[in-house]
Design a protein around this ligand. Structure first.
Ligand SMILES: [Zn+2]
Length: 255
């Protein structure tokens, strides 16, 4: 800590956040040792397990809610696919195939209810953007249905989009919303099943339509299976924003 003897006086009416910053500075050594103490006690009481495979994680990888063991990291962190995936008339940028550890990661995030893993997915999407040198202006995402939002407690792609936006420094717009639920297991024809599932979010202010004119927007999702959902989202987006270019980007492709 610089100049520990000097304590800044707070002006009256200073925001609480400044007060907090000041306090953190003052009590830093205490917090650090106390934190270390808590962490050690916690490690003793509750084993720190990898969110993907469940194996114990070394202390160094047990930070920030992103508990991933070294084996899992080495398997999921790689160079993104150098070529886009082609399905139907779509060309979709993607990180890797929906297999093994990458699949486990997506499942741990969505169904294991570990919202912190959105950071990892966002990081992988960012790698794809860099790999292809994708030039874009804004970000949007495929929204979750109301049922899955309720089940998980969060809209998983909204979280990934938010994390992605923090790293990329690009604004996220929620352009789509789900109009109805689709029972994927009962539907014989997936293309029919997703028809009418998405509509343009009606809360979008008029100025956003102007902002998006002649711009490129990344449309992100976690997994691409048949391509029907992506195709339907693009169809709706192109209807709503005819002058905007949308680029589909996913974490994983099911082959
Ligand atoms: Zn693991």
């Amino acid at each position: 800590m610089e100049n520990p003897g000097k304590i800044k006086k707070l002006k009256p009416g200073t925001k609480r956040v400044d007060e907090f910053a000041f306090q953190v500075g003052k009590t830093e050594p205490f917090i650090d040792s106390f934190k270390a103490f808590l962490k050690a006690s916690f490690t003793l009481l509750v084993a720190c397990e990898c969110l993907i495979c469940g194996r114990p994680v070394s202390d160094a990888n047990c930070d920030g809610g992103l508990r991933i063991c070294e084996t899992c990291w080495s398997e999921i962190e790689h160079k993104p696919s150098p070529v886009p995936y082609r399905i139907k008339n779509l060309e979709v940028f993607y990180y890797g195939f929906y297999e093994e550890r990458l699949r486990d990661l997506v499942l741990a995030f969505k169904f294991g209810k570990h919202p912190g893993l959105s950071k990892v997915l966002a990081k992988f999407l960012m790698k794809v953007v860099h790999e292809h040198g994708i030039d874009y202006d804004f970000v949007t995402f495929v929204p979750a249905t109301r049922t899955s939002r309720r089940k998980r407690g969060f809209d998983h792609m909204a979280l990934v989009a938010r994390e992605f936006s923090k790293v990329a420094g690009k604004e996220v717009f929620k352009l789509l919303k789900t109009a109805r639920e689709t029972d994927q297991l009962l539907a014989n024809d997936r293309r029919e099943a997703v028809r009418g599932k998405f509509v343009i979010e009606e809360l979008i202010p008029d100025r956003i339509y102007t902002v998006l004119d002649s711009k490129t927007v990344l449309l992100i999702d976690d997994v691409l299976t048949s391509g029907n959902t992506m195709e339907e989202c693009l169809r709706i987006l192109k209807k709503g924003f005819p002058k905007t270019r949308f680029l589909p980007l996913v974490v994983a492709v099911k082959r």
